[in-house]
Write a protein that binds this ligand. Sequence first.
Ligand SMILES: [Zn+2]
Length: 296
Amino acid sequence: MARLSLVQVTDHTYYIPSPTNVGIYVDGNSAVLIDSGSDKDAGRQIYRLLNEQGWELKMIVNTHSNADHIGGNAFLQQKTGCAVAATKYEAPFIESPFLEAAFVYGGYPYPELNSKFLVAKPSKVTDVIFSSGPIKGTSLEAVPLPGHFFEMIGIKTPDDIFFLADSLFPEKIIIKYHLFFLYDLEQHLQTLDKLETLEADLYIPGHGELLYSLERLIEINREKVKEIISFLADACRKKLTFDELLAETCLRYNISLNPTQHVLVSSTIRSYLAYLVSNGLVRYYFADGRMIWTDS
Ligand SMILES: [Zn+2]
């Protein structure tokens, strides 16, 4: 990983631009991190940056439990004994990260899935927090942003900076990959609506660049999700098995699979199918040992 550096945003709020952005809220010489980067190397570099400033790491607040947001937890907690805060449904994945691979695969993961992209090093969640309201022991506020993952939160600082976690993906990623990981479509769409009402001076997404306004990016994210909903509903008219639907999706969006991509894309398509069934847009039946997806 390239050498990371610190960017000051306001008097008290900083962030570290990296493949997964890391936020820092500083009060006196005590620092609270918002996520911890994608791996041990990120953790090591964050530790260096905190030491250079003479800041003491008090707590890591994880927005959600994906490996690329909790990757530095174990190193930092071991070095500093810091607290780790997360919501009720994210906490078990942080303490037992193999659950993430088991969840996206839907069974006991085969060896290649035990990679840093899916399975971080375990760390101890010392504070299970509510997804809404003040985060105890800090001056930060949690805002529920479910959808991308079970109980993801955004974080608002007292100086009006809003950390968006993975509720909005950057335009570049959407243009390149189209399909981004989603767990609950219904909640994700509600979260996008809610983001339209959230006021802040500056927004920092989990991935990509700082934003002064969200309007355009919300629309791009929403349109892509709606496009995929129609694409899948349309594809189901051909009466396809799940694997055939996956293949159609990969062909349509030029996705090349590897073990990690395969489980992430498959899990997301399953979530889309659940949304489509719940909204009466597709249905399924079983025939000759196959589950067939069809139009309603
Ligand atoms: Zn994520």
